[in-house]
Design a protein around this ligand. Structure first.
Ligand code: ATP
Ligand code: MG
Length: 424
C-alpha cells in the first residue's frame, strides 16, 4: 500500500535534466534586460487579496475563479500572486520609485492560478515581465515590443511567433464603445452562450475574446473598437505601428484582442505561436495608465508585458533550438585510485577549481574499488577522468583518461593540468 505524498496537481517539479534549458532561458533574459537598461525587482509571492481584486478587476477570470486565497493566522485575507504587475506597482509606490521619475523594471518568478491543468497551462507557472513607468508615448510601447522581439531572435523563435496588436482607446472612448457593443450583443442575444450572457452586464468586451465557434460569425460582425478610438489614442497607435515598421517588426492588427485584465487602456498586444496547440499565447501585455492611480498613487503612465516561461520552454524544446552548450556536461571527474589517494584527489580538484574556474569538476566521493570508481566517472557524463594513484601522487602528476573520445590516456604534471584541459 502506497501512501506517499505527491505534488499538487498542476504544480511541476523541475528536474535536473530540464534545468539546463531553464537556466539557458533565464540567462538570456537577464542579459537582455541589462542591454535595454531594465532593472530587476523582486516582490513577495504573497500579497493582500485586495491588491489583486482592485487591480485585475472583480469580474475577470483570475479574480472570479482562479486565485489561491487563504486566511493567514491573523485572519487577514492573503493571495498567492496570480500575476506580477499589481505587486510591481504596489512595491514601486511603497518605496517611492514612481515619484517624479521614470522606471524600467523587470521581474521573474512563479505565479499561481487555479485553472484546469493541461499542456502549457498549470497552477504554478512562471513568468518574466517588464513594466515601464512614467512614460506615456508610443516610443516606450515600441521599446517593450522590440525588447521582446529581440528575445525571440536570440532564442531562435522569431520565425515561429507573430505579433497581434490592438488599441483599447481611452477610458471614455471605451465606455462609449461598450454601450454600442452591448446594444449589438443584445440584438444577438440568442447566439450568446451562457458565459457571454453573464459577461454582458459585467465585462462585455471580454465576449469578443470568446473562442466558441457558434459565436464566431456574430463576433466577426461586431462593432470594432478600432473604429471608435479617440483621436489621441488613434495617433498613439499610428505612431506605434510606424515605429514597428521602421524597426522591421511585422504585426497583425486584431480588433478583437481585448486581454483579460481590467487595467489595460490603449495599446494591447500578444505574441502567439501555432506550434503549441491551443495554449498559443507566449507573451501578452499593454498599456495600463490608470492602474497606479487606481491603487492610490499619483496618475502614472505605464506599459508592460508578461511572458509564460513554461510555454516558451515547450516551444524551445519543440523546435529544438537550444544550443548544445546550454546542456554542457561536466568537464572532469577527479578520483583517487583507492582510499589511500582520496585526499590527494580532493586537493587536486580544489586546485583545479582555483586555477580553472570555468570548468565543471566533480570529485569522486563514497569510496569503492577502482572499477567501481571508473564506472561512476563514466556515469557522471564528464569528458575526462583525472586519476591519481600512488605513482602520480609521488611524482606530482595526474593521468587524464578520455571517457568520450577514442584517445590514449595521458599523464601530465599537476601544475600543467588546467592549461592541458583548456587546450583539449
Ligand atoms: P491565457 O489566455 O492563455 O489564459 P492569460 O491572458 O490568462 O492567458 P496573462 O495573464 O496575460 O495570460 O499572462 C501572460 C502569459 O503568461 C500568457 O500569455 C501565458 O504565456 C502565461 N500564462 C498565463 N496563465 C498560465 C498558466 N496557467 N500556465 C502557464 N502559463 C500561463
Ligand atoms: Mg488565463
Amino acid at each position: 500500500m502506497s501512501n506517499r505524498i505527491q505534488a499538487i496537481r498542476g504544480m511541476n517539479d523541475l528536474l535536473p535534466d530540464q534545468s539546463p534549458v531553464w537556466q539557458y532561458f533565464e540567462s538570456q533574459v537577464a542579459a537582455l534586460m541589462k542591454r535595454y537598461g531594465y532593472d530587476e525587482i523582486r516582490t513577495p509571492i504573497v500579497e493582500q487579496t485586495a491588491l489583486f481584486c482592485r487591480s485585475i478587476g472583480e469580474v475577470t477570470d483570475i479574480v472570479e475563479k482562479e486565485m489561491y486565497t487563504f486566511e493567514d493566522r491573523n485572519g487577514d485575507s492573503l493571495t498567492l500572486r496570480p500575476e506580477g504587475t499589481a505587486a510591481t506597482v504596489r512595491a514601486a509606490m511603497e518605496h517611492g520609485l514612481l515619484y517624479n521619475q521614470t522606471q524600467r523594471l523587470w521581474y521573474t518568478g512563479p505565479m499561481f492560478r487555479h485553472e484546469r491543468p493541461q499542456k502549457g497551462r498549470y497552477r504554478q507557472f512562471h513568468q518574466v515581465g517588464v513594466e515601464a513607468y512614467g512614460l506615456d508615448g508610443p516610443d516606450i510601447d515600441a521599446e517593450v515590443i522590440l525588447l521582446s522581439a529581440r528575445l525571440w531572435k536570440q532564442l531562435g523563435l522569431y520565425e515561429h511567433v507573430s505579433l497581434e496588436l490592438n488599441s483599447l482607446g481611452s477610458n471614455e472612448a471605451r465606455a462609449a464603445y461598450r454601450d454600442k457593443l452591448v446594444a449589438y450583443f443584445e440584438a444577438h442575444h440568442e447566439v450568446l452562450d451562457e458565459d457571454s450572457r453573464r459577461r454582458l452586464g459585467s465585462n462585455p468586451l471580454r465576449i469578443l475574446d470568446s473562442k466558441n465557434p457558434a459565436m464566431a460569425d456574430m463576433l466577426a460582425d461586431a462593432p470594432r473598437l478600432m473604429d471608435h478610438l479617440d483621436d489621441e489614442s488613434r495617433e498613439h497607435f499610428e505612431a506605434l505601428t510606424a515605429r514597428l515598421e521602421a524597426a522591421g517588426i511585422d504585426y497583425v492588427i486584431n480588433p478583437r484582442l481585448v486581454r483579460g485584465l481590467d487595467y489595460y487602456c490603449r495599446t494591447v498586444f500578444e505574441w502567439t505561436t501555432t506550434a503549441l496547440g491551443s495554449q498559443g499565447t507566449v507573451c501578452a501585455g499593454g498599456r495600463y495608465d490608470g492602474l497606479v492611480e487606481q491603487l492610490g498613487g499619483k496618475p502614472t503612465p505605464a506599459v508592460g508585458f508578461a511572458m509564460g516561461i513554461e510555454r516558451l520552454i515547450l516551444l524551445l524544446e519543440t523546435l529544438d533550438t537550444v544550443p548544445d552548450e546550454a546542456r554542457a556536461p561536466l568537464d572532469a571527474y577527479v578520483l583517487g585510485m583507492d582510499a589511500g589517494t582520496d585526499m590527494a584527489a580532493m586537493a587536486l580538484a580544489e586546485q583545479l577549481r582555483d586555477t580553472a574556474p570555468e570548468l565543471g569538476v566533480q570529485l569522486h566521493c563514497g569510496g569503492g574499488n577502482f572499477k567501481n570508481r571508473m564506472k561512476k566517472a563514466d556515469r557522471s557524463g564528464a569528458r575526462v577522468a583525472l586519476i591519481i594513484g600512488e605513482n602520480e601522487q609521488a611524482s606530482g602528476t595526474v593521468a587524464i583518461k578520455f571517457l568520450r573520445d577514442d584517445r590514449n590516456q595521458e599523464v601530465v604534471a599537476q601544475q600543467d593540468l588546467a592549461a592541458t584541459l583548456r587546450s583539449l
